[in-house]
Every structure is written in C-alpha cells, then in structure tokens.
Write a protein that binds this ligand. Structure first.
Ligand code: NDP
Length: 399
C-alpha cells in the first residue's frame, strides 16, 4: 500500500525496519538509506524474505541534492528520519522540494553548537502547508509518546492540566562501567547541558544535574533522577491548555555520573575542535569512537525501562492526578528485534507515527508536534505494537 524511505541505519533505525516489516500491510515497500551502505544491507539481509520489499541505498543526508535525487528515484510517500538531529533541516528541505511527507524523532541541533530547539523546524510550517505535505516532529518516546500521553490525558481526563512531570527511568544494566544507550554524542550533549523547566510562562535554568529527586518507579523500584532540559517541554508548554509547570527527569546511576564528571573535567566532552597530530578532531566525536556502540548493547542489557508522565489538573472543578507509563524489558526487546529497550521505545513510536500518516489518521499539511493530533489511534497502536501502557489516578507525586 505504501512506500517509505528510512534514513539512518543505527540502533533506532534497526527497530523501525523490524517494525515496518511486522506491519507489512501498511509498509509494503521500504528503502533503507544511510551514510554506510553496508549497515543498510545487513538490516536487509536480516529481514528479507517477508512481505515487505526492502531495498537499500547510500546517501549523505547532509547533502540536499543527493537526498532529492534519491527521493526522486525511489518516490516514497514518506521519509522517516532516524539519522541524527544534525540532518533534520537538509532532509526537510529535500522533502519540500519533492513534496514528500516527513517524520523524525529528535529536533534539529546544529553540529557546532550544543543547542536544540524547535524554532528552526517550526519555521517550515507555512512552506509545508503550501506544499500540501505533513511533517511530524519528535515521534520517538520522549519526545513522542510523552506528547501523545499528554494529548490523551487532556482529551479524556482533564479540563485543564496545570503540571506535568515527565519521568524517564532506565533501570537496565549493560555491565559496562560507562556506555550510553543511544548515540553517545547526542546523549552526552544532552545530559551535560544546563537543566531547565517551564514555570508560569518562563524558563527557569539550573546547573547540570542540580535538581535531584528519588522516585519509586512501578516495576523497576527506587532510583535517583535528575532534572534535564528536554525538547518536548517547549512544545507541550505551548500546546497543553492551562499549563503552569512542566519538568523532565531522567535517572542516572552513580557510575555513569562519576565517569561523565571525569570525562568533562579532562575535556573529553567538548565539541570545540582541537589540533591532534596535525589533524583537527572534536574530543566528543573521538570519545564516541572509543565507547561501545549503543546498537551492540542489546545482548548484554538486563532490566527494565519505565517512561511516563504525571499530570495534575482539574476536571469538573475537582483536582485530578493521573500517571500514564510504559514498562519495557531490555531482554524481551532483544529477543524480538535484536536491540535494547531505548532503541525499541524510540523505533516503535516512529513506525506507529509513520503508519498514522500513511493511513491518513495523522495527515494535515504543515509541521506538527505529536500532541497536535488525535491521540486515540496512536494509544491503541502502542498496545498492539509492543509498548503497552498502564495508568493510575493515585500516583506517587514528585515534590
Ligand atoms: P546511531 O548513531 O545509532 O545511528 C545514526 C545513524 O545515522 C547511523 O546509521 C549513521 O550512519 C547515520 N548518519 C549519521 N550521519 C549521517 C549522514 N550525514 N548521512 C546519512 N546517514 C547518517 O543513533 P540512534 O539510532 O541511537 O539515534 C537515531 C536518532 O534517534 C537520533 O536523532 C537520536 O537523537 C534519536 N533518539 C530519539 C529518542 C526519542 O525518544 N525521541 C531516544 C533516542 C534516540 P553511520 O552508520 O555511517 O554512522
């Protein structure tokens, strides 16, 4: 029925490809294109023989002309961008030029500045609208499912939501003293940045890891979590009616934090290029090269993730508390698609968002964040495709 072009062949892309093949009624044909074609071919070799027809291609997604040529050649209805945030704008440009729908899982970030925000991508709204094509931004788990959860809470349980706490817990253990569970460069840029949260119409900035809380996560147990800036705070702050405060917390173990501090102290997390043996290198990119590849962590990671949102607000004049979350088991993910739960919890929503678009349930010309669509078919699809959610109206709250 539809043809999708998947850009990227890393940890998340691997899950997207598996899931598209499982959903072959929607994804009749896919092309996997990335910088290193052998990785695309390896994915094809692992999944060929099913109902979805798979092809592969080499592309430098920093190059708009190459992207346009590939899209004109393959003629997909949709491009699923699971490369890196640096490529968001070039891929959106190519989609505009070829009138092709677009979906990603992380907002644009310039390679030379550790700063991410939606302004660059929201600036494409009018052009996508005029071209009659849809862009769905941030359709992983967080951002992604956290926005769908918020739209669902708003639609069914609240007249106004006043506070949202997004809690991202990885209770998994990969056995290494230090490794990141998605692209190390993007992950370390995110967690070493200043924290911030949105309160009463303004951003409050904190030092990195300054605000710490302990939380007893269902099915995982007690963990320390730290307040971070995260991209969905920006869109939910605008799109959720009545919101007064929104925060994002992520759990980190002591070993991860100690290693990160040490790497920071010796300059290994810097993105400023330095001269080394006559060549310019970026310390963080070098660090990425020596750390374990996140795509290789699946086999050795045990334990569970729990990612969800706690809402406080009012319905019919009464205060309501609501917590909705997903628990995902690293080893179960590995058995199903050969990856750990972080790639899984990102790749499954990306496939679902793509299917929503291709089946017309989430299709409207312009550039949108996920909470701007009807959450109900997506919530059903989460249960169907491997990320079932649970809810409670009596959650432990975060102070
Ligand atoms: P990986 O590093 O494992 O994979 C990235 C892939 O993109 C690699 O195959 C890489 O190619 C390819 N790539 C990089 N640059 C280019 C380029 N110029 N042209 C073509 N291909 C390129 O990352 P992940 O799979 O872990 O993450 C993918 C995306 O998912 C990231 O944007 C990340 O931020 C996002 N993410 C979102 C989450 C969410 O919940 N919303 C959670 C986790 C991740 P090569 O193999 O040659 O290096």
């Amino acid at each position: 029925m539809s043809r999708a072009l998947i850009i990227g062949a890393g940890g998340v892309a691997g899950v997207v490809v598996h899931k598209c093949c499982q959903n072959s009624e929607v994804f009749t044909e896919i092309c996997i294109a990335s910088r290193t074609k052998s990785k695309c071919d390896a994915l094809k070799a692992a999944l060929d023989g099913g109902k979805t027809k798979i092809t592969t291609a080499q592309v430098d997604a920093n190059n708009v002309d190459e992207l346009i040529a590939l899209i004109n050649d393959y003629k997909p209805e949709l491009v699923i961008n699971v490369a890196l945030p640096y490529q968001d704008l070039t891929i959106m440009d190519a989609c505009l030029a070829t009138k092709t729908h677009y979906l990603d899982t992380a907002n644009y970030e310039p390679e030379d500045t550790a700063k991410f925000e939606y302004s660059w991508q929201w600036a494409y709204r009018e052009r996508f609208e005029k071209a009659g094509i849809t862009a769905i931004l941030g359709c992983g788990f967080d951002p992604g499912v956290t926005g769908v959860f918020s739209a669902y809470a708003m639609k069914h349980y609240f007249d106004e939501i006043h506070e949202i706490d997004i809690l991202d817990c990885n209770g998994g253990d990969h056995g290494y003293p230090f490794a990141t569970n998605f692209n190390p460069e993007i992950n370390i840029r995110e967690v070493s940045a200043k924290g911030s949260y949105w309160e009463n119409g303004e951003w409050i900035e904190t030092e990195p890891m300054e605000i710490k809380r302990e939380y007893n996560f269902p099915e995982v147990g007690k963990k320390d979590m730290y307040l971070l800036h995260h991209e969905e705070l920006e869109s939910l702050g605008l799109n959720i009616k009545g919101i007064k405060r929104i925060r994002f917390f992520m759990t980190f173990g002591q070993s991860y934090l100690t290693h990160l501090k040490c790497l920071e102290n010796v300059g290994m997390t810097s993105i400023e290029p330095i001269e080394f043996e006559g060549k310019k290198i970026v310390p963080l990119q070098f660090l990425k090269a020596v750390l374990p590849d996140p795509a290789s962590l699946g086999l050795r990671t045990v334990g569970k993730t729990n990612i969800g949102c706690i809402y406080k607000g009012i319905k019919d004049g009464k205060e309501v508390h609501y917590y909705v979350y997903n628990v995902c088991d690293h080893q179960e993910c590995y058995k199903e698609v050969g990856s750990q739960a972080i790639s899984y919890t990102t790749g499954v929503p990306a496939m679902i968002g793509a299917a929503m678009l291709l089946t017309g349930k989430w299709k409207k010309p312009g550039v949108y964040n996920v909470e701007e669509f009807d959450p109900d078919p997506f919530m059903d699809a989460l249960n169907k495709w491997g990320l079932p959610w649970k809810e409670t109206f009596t959650p432990e709250l975060v102070d």
